[in-house]
Design a protein around this ligand. Structure first.
Ligand code: NAD
Length: 280
């Protein structure tokens, strides 16, 4: 029995609340890192076309057993036009060595590109949902107005919205919209790529509960109900980040961590309202 809780999606399916992220893992390191994570007990891998390691995720998962593992991938920024999106999705399935993906996301809304049209891209994802090749579809880095626009112009509510969330950017408005509309929030860079781990509030709680700073922060996410997938290539850390289900943070600790929020100043990644990066 896995200790990892399952979070319900609006499709009727579920997603393991803790997964393994593979952003910035080199293709040559990916098979080993994912295999280690699967041995440790992770059953959810978060990749993307942009990460250029889908093929290696596919290889590791095929060896382990595809049906055991929940895989997410994401549409790259250069492929928002409907025909490009369909083609890019076909390539994702080929690389993942699978006839379906568990969750497929629009990686960024890119509201300043494509004449501001991410709705026709979203309609393509809904086709993939209808034909069963994506078991669930969602978005990433969507702000509230972007979500409102999908709601106004289409009939399919995203299953998830994957956004930057950590103690320095608690991102409450986006999370609240998700909660209200049945959209699960996935917290990317859950430990702010390590930047929150030296914070005295975090290290103080870690000392109190006898856990590491990373475990405290990841446990905070879990208790808030968000889905997380920390990244590491170090086996000891991959194990450490999985050991979250045999302790709890009390209310004081939870609110102390939430109190670290710096709003927009806490953002470590790009602002989705202006991000317009197109990979070569
Ligand atoms: P993260 O917050 O998971 O931090 C990862 C870094 O923290 C590692 O490189 C390592 O240096 C360090 N680390 C990991 N475990 C540690 C531990 N136990 N102790 C000390 N240091 C530790 O950052 P991330 O990789 O940016 O985010 C996680 C995942 O979120 C990504 O792999 C990716 O799947 C996803 N993501 C999505 C988007 C998006 O736009 N949708 C953007 C960024 C990340």
């Amino acid at each position: 029995m896995s200790p990892v809780p399952q979070t319900s999606l609006n499709t009727g399916t579920t997603i393991p609340q803790l997964g393994f992220g593979v952003y910035q893992i080199e293709p040559e390191q990916t098979v080993e890192a994912v295999s280690t994570a699967l041995e440790v007990g992770y059953r959810h891998i978060d990749t993307a076309q942009m990460y250029q390691n889908e093929a290696q995720v596919g290889e590791a998962v095929e060896t382990f057993g595809r049906s055991e593992v929940f895989i997410t991938s994401k549409l790259n920024n250069g492929f928002h036009r409907p025909d490009d999106a369909r083609r890019a999705f076909d390539e994702t399935l080929t690389k993942l060595r699978s006839d379906s993906v568990d969750l497929f996301l629009i990686h960024w809304p890119l509201p300043t590109l494509y004449d501001g049209d991410f709705v026709s891209t979203w309609r393509v994802l809904t086709e993939l949902l209808s034909d069963g090749r994506a078991k669930a579809v969602g978005v990433s880095n969507f702000q509230v107005p972007h979500l409102e626009r999908l709601a106004a112009e289409t009939d399919v509510v995203p299953a998830v919205n994957q956004v930057e969330v950590h103690p320095y950017l608690t991102n409450e408005a986006v999370r609240a919209y998700g909660l209200e509309h049945g959209i699960v929030t996935e917290a990317w860079s859950p430990i702010a790529q390590g930047a929150v781990l030296d914070d005295p509030v975090i290290t103080g709680i870690a000392e109190q509960v006898g856990r590491t700073p990373a475990q405290v922060v990841l446990r905070w996410h879990v208790q808030r109900g968000d889905v997380v997938f920390p990244k590491s290539t170090t086996p000891a850390r991959i194990r450490e980040n999985f050991a979250l289900f045999d302790f709890e943070l009390d209310e004081d600790a939870m609110s102390a961590v939430s109190g670290l929020d710096r709003g927009e100043d806490g953002r470590t990644g790009p602002n989705p309202d202006v991000f317009d990066y197109l990979p070569d």
